[in-house]
Design a protein around this ligand. Structure first.
Ligand code: CU
Length: 307
């Protein structure tokens, strides 16, 4: 089975309800994985990202990259063994320090994003076509994170907010639950680290997420409540939600080098845990999946359409 075909099959299987789509025969052992919900940058900007691929952010990323993100499931670094912060340089977290993915490191506030709710359940869907054992560690940028700057380790808490080991691989994807931190507003980056135990590899991915403003934010208690959530918190700017997709591109192809730059001794010690999900229950990711069921859209591009 050609590699691309395996990728498409994996994505399709994970994006369409398991009830309608029988388990796809997994492709050969070339496939690895990446999050499709919350959608990762590399999938969003891959040739299979649907409408997302044409966004200003993705076009800039591909241009900076010099090539499309065809191998969206291959963002992995060997022999890290938990030393993420020493191996992956600041500013290059989303590429894992890999030159082939450098376009993902562009500092922009308009990456295709997923709207999420603080304190709500995070239902991770991490597409894969063959099983690996290992631990997923999820980090969320700290309150006050500014998406206009390069993503650095100092933007992330020292410990993950959730960690799941060996979740079940169901219908082409690892699916597990965690709880979103409740103290974030505006745009953030979910940084998922999948450290394999059955291979020497560690996979890295950035998923762009947007939390609404909440009335409980301390500085805004007295502010008049409007229906429009704000897009960003940084600088206390209030931007209508509608401006979300049209923020000015801040494309600046980052210079890069492939050499790892040790950043200190701090190795993330993961202590928190997220409950692994029951393996067999089909998880419809809400309305989008239902719509897909009803429309039966043929093209994967349609399935990946931005909500
Ligand atoms: Cu793999």
């Amino acid at each position: 089975m050609p590699r691309m075909t395996a990728h498409r099959a994996a994505l399709a299987a994970a994006l369409v309800t398991p009830l309608l789509l029988p388990l796809w025969a997994a492709g050969p052992a070339l496939a690895h994985g990446a999050p499709t919900d919350p959608m990762s940058r590399v999938v969003a900007c891959s040739p299979e990202g649907g409408d997302r691929t044409g966004t200003a952010a993705c076009r800039a990323a591909v241009a900076a990259n010099g090539a499309p993100f065809t191998a969206w499931d291959n963002l992995r670094v060997a022999n890290v063994n938990g030393r993420d912060r020493q191996v992956v340089p600041d500013g290059k977290l989303c590429s894992g320090g890999l030159p082939a993915y450098r376009g993902l490191d562009l500092a922009r506030a308009d990456w295709p994003s997923t709207r999420v709710t603080p304190g709500a359940t995070l239902r991770m869907r991490y597409v894969s076509t063959i099983p690996h054992t290992g631990t997923f560690r999820m980090y969320l940028t700290k309150p006050g994170y500014d998406p206009a700057g390069p993503l650095s380790w100092s933007d992330l808490p020292g410990k993950p907010f959730a960690q799941v080991t060996d979740p079940a691989l169901t219908d082409g994807a690892y699916r597990f639950k965690a709880t979103w931190p409740s103290d974030r507003t505006g745009r953030h980056v979910l940084y998922t680290v999948w450290q394999n135990s059955s291979t020497p590899d560690t996979y890295y991915s950035c998923s762009d997420v947007v939390f609404p403003e909440t009335k409980k934010e301390p500085q805004k208690q007295e502010e008049k409540k409007k229906e429009q959530p704000e897009e960003r918190v940084a600088g206390k700017k209030n931007e209508p939600e509608k401006a979300k997709e049209q923020q000015k591109p801040a494309a600046s192809p980052a210079a890069h080098s492939s050499g790892p730059a040790p950043q200190g001794d701090h190795t993330p010690v993961a202590t928190t845990s997220g409950p692994a999900s029951g393996p067999s229950a089909p998880m419809l990711a809400g309305g989008a999946a239902a719509v897909l069921l009803l429309t039966g859209g043929a093209a994967l591009a349609v399935r990946l359409r931005r909500r």
